[in-house]
Design a protein around this ligand. Sequence first.
Ligand code: KG4
Ligand code: ZN
Length: 338
Amino acid sequence: MVDGKFLTLGIESSCDETAAAVVADGREVLSNPIASQIDVHEVFGGVVPEIASRHHLVQVNGIVDAALSDAGVRFSDIDLIGVTEGPGLIGAVLIGLSTAKALSFSLGIPFVGVHHIKGHIHAAFLEHKNLKPPFLSLIVSGGHTDFIDVQSYSTYHLLGQTRDDAVGEAYDKVARVLGLGYPGGPKVEKAAKDGDPDKIFFKRALLEDGSLDFSFSGIKTGVLNYANTEKQAGRPINIADVAAGFQASVLDVLVQKTELALEKTGYDKMTLGGGVASNAALRERLKRLCEQKNVHLYIPSPVYCTDNAAMIACAGYYTYQTEGASPFALDAKASLSL
Ligand code: KG4
Ligand code: ZN
């Protein structure tokens, strides 16, 4: 406790970001340092799981120290640790979880395991102090594309999800096809800014009428086939136009499905989260849709959309209120349902 405020230390290590944060009373971010591994994985064109684990191990203690010193607090001020328990790269998750357990044991304070996607949902609470469930949440990340009915801080109902690739995964794969490298999402977004979205048409995969599920594997194949056809014909590829055409297809699907999800749930509030939520074109398109439909849209700042530990601390705080502490026997999980 500091000034009567309950302090949660968040720890996140599910993929390629080692992050820690100190959050007061669940929503006030006191610090949020993030050590990215982009440079390490860039040469491989994607995240190499074993290398990610080793880097988490090297970074994790330093990043926890940075979270405390940036917040101006000490270990003895921390009341609770919230840590990602999955889903994610198993070796990577294990580093953060083991760190949390060791700190919990040595400091004599509780820790609570947090579902990574629950963290992405909770990111919207950090900057929007009046936001309360229930609401609709769309989570778009490298591993997930989910519509979630957030009924309370701890009750969720999955309304739809991707049947194959997640939207961030599609961005990353298309970036590789276009030779843009890793991380793909921001590079495709940047390339798309200079392109014409109507020049090359890629199919919109809307699935059956009324479905809130997604499918993004077809568009990735569509881009690959287009690139191969052009190459075989000896025609140069306009990377900006391909990126813009791809992004237009993906955003059309996300926006149309969101309209349907709002109609089905009747909610007048929704949140967006996950790494792809930092995409400016998506933010703008959803903003326009929600204005037309008189829906309040809450989008976290980009730093709270991509992986971070403040969102894990926030979700840990609320999980602790309803479920209490996790046992030391808690395992890291590569896959975990919400
Ligand atoms: O949530 P996140 O940081 O990690 C996961 O939980 O997966 O999301 C990472 C994903 C990656 O696929 C990345 O390419 C994508 O989010 N991403 C973006 C943008 N920034 C990150 N996709 C599109 N546009 C962006 N600006
Ligand atoms: Zn994530």
